[in-house]
Design a protein around this ligand. Structure first.
Ligand SMILES: C[S@@+](CC[C@H](N)C(=O)[O-])C[C@H]1O[C@@H](n2cnc3c(N)ncnc32)[C@H](O)[C@@H]1O
Length: 260
């Protein structure tokens, strides 16, 4: 599945406003202890890093020296990431097949932003097994959780959301995707050891570019699932693209700190 640099750039500001500061504070305290103990920079691997949004957000907020590796299947996005940090390490890897190769011994922190709703239950189990084997921390942010609220709403919003959430569960290259169930699946896999907080996007009536991009994406996903409803879906798209409404899109951030 491919993601455009323009889309990732558009979402960056909404991501930064949404992300859990409580989890970042907890992670920051842990990184200080870890680096004091190891005596070397914190080794961070960002899975599905894209054009580097997660790096640009988190790197300045952690209170320790860090060595990041950005991993993605899309080499062009990684090249875009390197424009903002030319010395950063990048690796072009298909994570569906070589997850373990992306997470070498010595990794202190595994992180992923807007990734785990694309993956399968089996892949998430592999990720957790590797994180546990490494004794690393895990910070997973901006996982879509199936909630979208229009204020004011209209009757067809619920049907579009239902179709979009079905589309979210289709295969994105990792097997049947967890979609809106991803954060719950991760919480279960960690034995509820993960700390979590919602990180919802708030899209105000004036945020036209973001609303247009979302409405286009949702209409296209809904049409994939229910092509026989094209008249209603296209009409909803036309009405919604410039709708003066506030949108909330539900996400979850999760942090797992390894046992001392
Ligand atoms: C929603 S984007 C998030 C990008 C970035 N983490 C961010 O927050 O802006 C998902 C990312 O996962 C990457 N991706 C999807 N499938 C992948 C795979 N099989 N292996 C590696 N990366 C993959 C995409 O190329 C894309 O950059």
């Amino acid at each position: 599945m491919s993601f455009s640099e323009d889309w990732l750039g558009l979402r960056a500001g909404f991501d930064t406003r949404a992300r859990s500061r409580m989890l970042e504070g907890r992670l920051g305290s842990w990184t200080s202890q870890r680096v004091t103990r190891t005596g070397r920079p914190l080794s961070v691997v960002d899975l599905g890093a894209g054009s580097g949004n997660n790096y640009r957000h988190l790197h300045p907020r952690l209170p320790v020296e860090q060595a990041w590796t950005l991993v993605d299947a899309d080499a062009a996005l990684l090249t875009a990431a390197q424009r903002t940090a030319p010395t950063m390490a990048v690796q072009t890897i298909d994570l569906a097949t070589d997850l373990e190769g992306a997470l070498p011994a010595g990794t202190d922190l595994v992180t992923a932003s807007a990734l785990i709703d694309l993956v399968s239950a089996t892949w998430l189990e592999r990720l957790m097994a590797r994180v546990d084997a490494l004794g690393a921390a895990l910070l997973v942010v901006l996982t879509y959780d199936g909630r979208t609220l229009w204020e004011p709403s209209e009757p067809f919003d619920d049907r579009v959301l239902e179709l979009v959430n079905r589309h979210q569960r289709s295969d994105k290259g990792f097997g049947p995707a967890l979609g809106p169930d991803a954060a719950l699946a991760l919480a279960r896999l960690t034995g509820q050891r993960a700390v979590e907080e919602t990180s919802d996007w708030i899209i105000d009536a004036g945020d036209m570019a973001m609303r247009r991009a979302l409405v286009d994406g949702w209409a296209s996903a809904a049409l994939d699932i229910a092509p026989d409803e094209s008249a209603s879906i296209n009409s909803w798209r036309s009405r919604s693209i410039d709708r003066r409404a506030r949108l909330t899109v539900g996400h979850v951030d999760q942090l797992l700190i390894p046992p001392a």
